[in-house]
Design a protein around this ligand. Structure first.
Ligand code: HEM
Length: 358
């Protein structure tokens, strides 16, 4: 090797080492405890701690975590290239008087008010758009099986309320639901991935006679049960019949959204692919959520502070049929492949308890 090519090789090796060091260099945070890849992330550690201890009742996957996850969606989906709206910008909090009155945002005022009070009480200075996405990511990290979501910091304050009619309703047609998501940039497969959120979810307002009615039998675990149970034949109405947006469900106490049922019918193979694949469900949800959380934002101007999100817990149960159900209760909708073979829980037919208010 000539002297010139040896010198060039050494220079290249040196440059590679320097850029690796730059990538991994961490700054010490003023709290003397944490380090961060970017000093701006330091301010988030105490916010996450207090969210966990106070807002999420010591790190629970309970009602606040569920509602905070729902709020990430209702803020972000207020975005359309043609109709306007700033996306994940916190407008649902700042322009609460307008947006929480939209019909599709029914019940969202509760979590908006709870988060606003928390922000005021703890003098939190990150923007409302950042806070909503941070709280959603921290909350869902408490649900076993959930992925550790990306969190990017730096959304500017919102400039206006989002227009009405951008948030899908459970009684909308599947065509209009998928068209609304497509307008915001999501494929049908990404919509299915986002609906993994309904694994840790309940409804208070679809049928007000049964507040806290879960969408699957395990509402505090981010597991695949929602992708299994929405495919079971509906046989009963928990609570009362005749509510807009609600269709028959297979289990006492479990509520089924018309939108979940109809989206499943249209995207059956994508839906079925998640029924028995926890890892795929978590990975697809993470990818779709990182898109949702930055709708309307310039990602290149945001700082990656994902490291502040608590590490997540693995799910201990396996995908199963609820007790009292068997394979013939599955309404096979994917023509390309059979529904995975699952065993049923033993014992009397499963009935699902409401998610308690906190
Ligand atoms: C087809 C689109 C969707 C429709 C029509 C829809 C509709 C609904 C409805 C009607 C409720 C019950 C509200 C109540 O009565 O209290 C609900 C709850 C919920 N939704 Fe969705 N949703 C959709 C997509 C999403 C997405 C994309 C996310 C998040 C990424 C999400 C997260 C949640 C969560 C976590 C809850 C439970 C809230 C709680 O337990 O308090 N939803 N959704």
């Amino acid at each position: 090797m000539s002297f010139k090519s040896l010198a060039t090789s050494l220079l290249l090796v040196g440059a590679a080492q320097l850029s690796r060091a730059a990538l991994t260099r961490r700054v010490a945070c003023p709290d003397g405890v944490h380090t961060a890849t970017n000093a701006a992330c330091c301010a988030l550690f105490p916010i996450v701690d207090i969210l966990q201890s106070e807002f999420f009742d010591g790190g629970e996957c309970g009602e606040e975590a569920h509602e905070s996850l729902r709020l990430t969606f209702h803020d972000a989906i207020g975005f359309s290239p043609t109709k306007g709206g700033g996306g994940a910008d916190g407008s649902i909090m700042v322009f609460e008087d307008i947006e929480t009155n939209f019909h599709a945002n029914g019940g969202v005022d509760e979590i908006v008010n709870a988060q606003k009070a928390f922000i005021a009480q703890h003098n939190i200075t990150i923007s409302p758009g950042d806070f909503i996405q941070l709280a959603g990511a921290v909350g869902v990290s408490n649900c076993a099986g959930a992925p550790r979501l990306e969190f990017l910091l730096g959304r500017p304050p919102p400039v206006a309320a989002s227009p009405d009619l951008l948030v899908p309703e459970p009684f909308d047609t599947v065509t209009s639901i998928l068209a609304r998501f497509a307008d915001a940039g999501f494929s049908p497969e990404e919509v299915v991935a986002l609906l993994a959120s309904h694994s840790v979810a309940a409804a208070d307002h679809v049928d007000p006679t049964i507040p806290g009615a879960p969408f699957d039998s395990t509402p505090s675990v981010f597991d695949t049960q929602v992708f299994i149970e929405v495919q079971l034949r509906g046989t009963l109405f928990p609570g009362t019949g005749g509510n807009q947006g609600k269709v028959e469900s297979p289990l006492e106490g479990e509520i089924r959204l018309q939108s979940d049922h109809d989206v499943n019918s249209r995207t059956a193979c994508a839906w079925q692919a998640l029924a028995n694949d926890q890892a795929k469900m978590a990975a697809d949800f993470r990818a779709a959520m990182s898109k949702l959380a930055t709708l309307g934002q310039d990602r290149t101007k945001l700082i990656d502070c994902s490291e502040v999100i608590p590490s997540t817990k693995t799910v201990s149960t396996r995908p199963h049929l609820p007790a009292g159900q068997n394979e013939s209760d599955i309404e096979q909708a994917c023509a390309a492949s059979p529904f995975p073979v699952l065993t049923a829980d033993p014992g009397p037919a499963t009935s699902v308890a409401p998610v308690p208010p906190s």
